[in-house]
Design a protein around this ligand. Structure first.
Ligand SMILES: Nc1ncnc2c1ncn2[C@@H]1O[C@H](COP(=O)(O)OP(=O)(O)OP(=O)(O)O)[C@@H](O)[C@H]1O
Ligand SMILES: [Mg+2]
Length: 375
């Protein structure tokens, strides 16, 4: 009996499917030359036996902050042993112990069995001193440390690691956030600030043309020539630009190529892209909604309901209508609205007669799904 292959790798349109994975770090970060250069400059003293400078990286989701850090850390590891770059994902590691263990794990190559902070700290300092290396810690998505109440203590502990050790260089830290309301310098208390003098590097949102170039580059790396025509990339870039989310463009392209593959076609069409789009929620929306406080999420849910029912979205009228449901006063309501705007989920525009209008940036159905309590 002839077997029909269910998975046929010969037919693939992907030259390298990993290029479309969230963990992929591109070699070239187009339109981020200035940021990469600035961060490299701040770190460069570490290569010459001095301490790296501190930095704050700030910018909306998907603007290349994490990629920039990974790119520079990879180069630093290749270039020198005099600096030890450690990447901490604060969504996962936000207690002092978890961070110490992560640093020790990367420094020694295994997870320390010890749970005593002092022991781990000593071992880290001793290892750095022995190799005459400067520690450089990146706290990515540092707003999670602020939320967990560990931000000041961790910064204090890491930045003052050299104290009590002769010949140990002061470590550097890079703190990263996509929460534009979060002021990571202002969050630092006096004791931290006396050793924390960061330079801020801003990552602005990409324009549609920039998104198109980045996606074109990704397609060149990840797909065989001719698989995705420029007009289809343009459409993906337009959709990603409208959502303010480059990740959406990458996810759309991957899904559209898979669809063409299943159909046994060698070329992706606009129809592929359009037909996969409803199944792909904006990854940025998920991140943004996950970062909201419960009250903000409740307001967003109410706004999505109102928008679906087709009612006008003047912010004053919305408040009157929803005041019982949200059970808060006017000031809190407007604060929450501003938070939703700062998170890039709604826009607050001036309408006729100077009245403020709330405009949802996303489809109400997607907002319901993202706000659903089980998420
Ligand atoms: N300049 C660029 N060139 C190529 N790819 C990029 C560029 N900027 C972002 N990307 C891609 O976009 C996605 C998001 O980038 P990244 O994770 O670095 O953003 P971020 O600013 O850290 O976002 P968040 O704040 O949500 O963590 C990744 O898949 C990354 O490869
Ligand atoms: Mg990031």
């Amino acid at each position: 009996m002839k077997r029909i292959p269910l998975l046929n790798h010969d037919q693939t349109l992907f030259r390298d499917i990993e290029v479309f994975e969230a963990s992929f770090v591109p070699e070239q970060l187009c339109h981020r030359e200035a940021q990469v250069k600035e961060l490299a400059f701040l770190i460069s003293p570490a290569l010459r036996g001095a301490s790296p400078e501190n930095a704050i990286l700030r910018g909306p989701p998907g603007t290349g902050k994490t990629s920039t850090v990974h790119r520079i850390f990879a180069e630093l590891k290749e270039a020198t042993r005099r600096a030890v770059p450690i990447y901490i994902n604060c969504r996962h590691d936000h207690t002092t112990l978890a961070v110490y263990q992560r640093i020790a794990g990367q420094l020694f190559g295994y997870k320390t069995p010890s749970r005593r902070l002092e022991d781990i700290r000593e071992a880290i300092a001793a290892a750095l001193r022995e190799t005459d290396a400067a520690l450089l810690v990146c706290f990515d998505d540092a707003e999670h440390l602020v939320a967990a109440g560990t931000y000041n203590n961790l910064l204090y502990q890491v930045l003052r690691l050299y104290e009590g050790w002769e010949d140990l260089r002061a470590p550097g830290v890079i703190v990263v956030t996509s929460d534009l309301e979060m002021q990571l310098y202002a969050e630092a208390d006096g004791a931290v600030r006396s050793v924390f003098h960061p330079t801020e590097i801003f990552f602005p949102p990409y324009a549609k043309t920039e998104i198109r170039e980045i996606l074109t580059d990704r397609v060149r790396q990840g797909l065989y020539p001719g698989v995705m025509p420029p007009a289809v990339i343009d459409l993906a870039a337009g959709m990603a630009g409208d959502a303010g989310d480059i990740r959406l463009g990458i996810a759309l392209i991957k899904a559209a190529v898979l669809r063409a593959e299943v159909d046994g076609r060698r070329r992706v069409t606009k129809e592929d892209l359009i037909s996969v789009a409803p199944g792909i929620r904006s990854p940025a929306l998920e991140v943004r909604v996950a970062a909201l406080a419960p009250g903000e999420r409740a307001l967003l849910y109410g706004l999505a309901e109102r928008s679906l029912s087709g009612e006008e979205m003047l912010s004053g009228a919305v408040f009157e209508e929803m005041r019982d449901y949200i059970a808060v006063g006017k000031t809190t309501y407007y604060n929450r609205l501003r938070r939703l705007a700062a998170a890039g989920i709604v826009d607050l525009l001036r309408g006729a007669g100077g009245q403020q209008v709330v405009v949802l940036r996303y489809d109400p159905g997607d907002l319901f799904a993202a706000c659903a309590p089980e998420r």
